[in-house]
Write a protein that binds this ligand. Structure first.
Ligand code: COA
Ligand code: MG
Length: 290
């Protein structure tokens, strides 16, 4: 089983050359080089050039590189998409995906040159929440490129009035619906950003919240947030040891024919062995990249 860790996914404005350079040394699993919300209209062309030059130059090593384009309904979207396809990042992140046809439209414009670039979808509009299942289902067809959902909680707050405070209670249904849709179609799912980047305790609490909802990792806005996300979205030593114990228990000859066993007073089923294998694979993948 191979798993790609995506514990920490750092956004940076494409207009910030210093950030694009610094990202080559940061301990983030993935980087989102942004052309959309983090870049002012006057800086769009500069940002596109800087991002494409940086991606083409490479040097990002094990870090997964993702370019977030502007929507195709903006003056910049089509140029962004064409330039991103040429630069060949690992993935292109499509903003404000609201329906399945939004993914098909982008795929159609990518042409043959883009067939080994993945697509990630920003889940951040009210319609996107209602259509999460049909959007995720586009990952299942032939030639499908979609591999991840990224929660855009700031846009959701803006569009709906639901608040980010109080454990994001107004957004829980959407976060969980997107987790279910993503899992139904084998997509990764990344939680939204925590804006108050000097508040470590608040960030940790929200990482734990996202982890417990089933998120694979968290999108971040500042390098100071990477450490907490890497720690919280990785299995800790005790979890890995417990996972290895479950796997070992099912490998014992006396348990070969059993579906459920007693392990230290707890019922453990074969599904737990599958979960344990995933935990161990994630821990090994994290260790392998450090
Ligand atoms: N990626 C890479 N490097 C970053 C960074 C990021 N997201 N945010 C800050 N840095 C760098 C700065 O360039 C600075 O580097 P230096 O000390 O080597 O010059 C260092 O980290 C410290 O930055 P700091 O002074 O603490 O932050 P700031 O006030 O310059 O910037 C923000 C604060 C929020 C404007 C900035 O972090 C940012 O632009 N974040 C990303 C925003 C974004 O992409 N939003 C879109 C998605 S929600
Ligand atoms: Mg957004």
């Amino acid at each position: 089983m191979t798993i790609r860790p995506r514990r920490s996914v750092l956004y940076m404005p494409g207009s910030n050359a210093r950030a694009l350079e610094k990202a080559r040394t940061l301990d983030a699993d993935s980087l989102i080089l942004d052309l959309e919300d983090a870049v002012a209209p006057d800086a769009k062309d500069l940002a596109r050039r800087q991002i494409c030059d940086a991606v083409t130059a490479g040097g990002y090593d094990h870090r997964e590189v993702v370019i977030r384009i502007n929507g195709l309904d903006t003056p910049w979207g089509l140029d962004d998409l064409a330039a991103a396809v040429k630069a060949k990042p690992d993935a292109i992140l499509v903003p404000k995906v609201s329906k399945a046809s939004d993914i098909f439209t982008v795929t159609g414009h990518m042409g043959h040159a883009g067939h080994d670039i993945k697509l990630w979808a920003m889940m951040e509009t009210p319609l996107g929440m209602l259509n999460a299942a049909e959007i995720a289902a586009t990952a299942s067809g032939q030639g499908a490129l979609l591999t991840a959902f990224v929660m855009g909680t700031n846009d959701l707050a803006k569009e709906t009035g639901a608040r980010l405070e109080n454990n994001r209670i107004g957004m829980l249904a959407w976060l969980s619906t997107c987790v279910a849709a993503a899992c139904a179609h084998g997509l990764a799912i990344l939680d939204g950003v925590y804006n108050d980047f000097r508040d470590e305790a608040g960030l940790e609490a929200e990482c734990l919240h996202g982890r417990d909802l089933g998120m694979d990792g968290k999108t971040l806005i500042h390098p100071g947030q990477i450490g907490a996300a890497n720690r919280i979205f990785a299995p800790d030593e005790a979890e890995v040891a417990a996972a290895r114990e479950i796997i070992a228990a099912f490998e014992l000859p006396e348990n070969a024919g059993k579906g459920a066993i007693n392990l230290n007073g707890r019922m453990v089923e074969r599904m737990h062995a599958d979960m344990a294998a995933k935990t161990v694979a994630l821990a090994e993948a994290i260790e392998g990249r450090e």
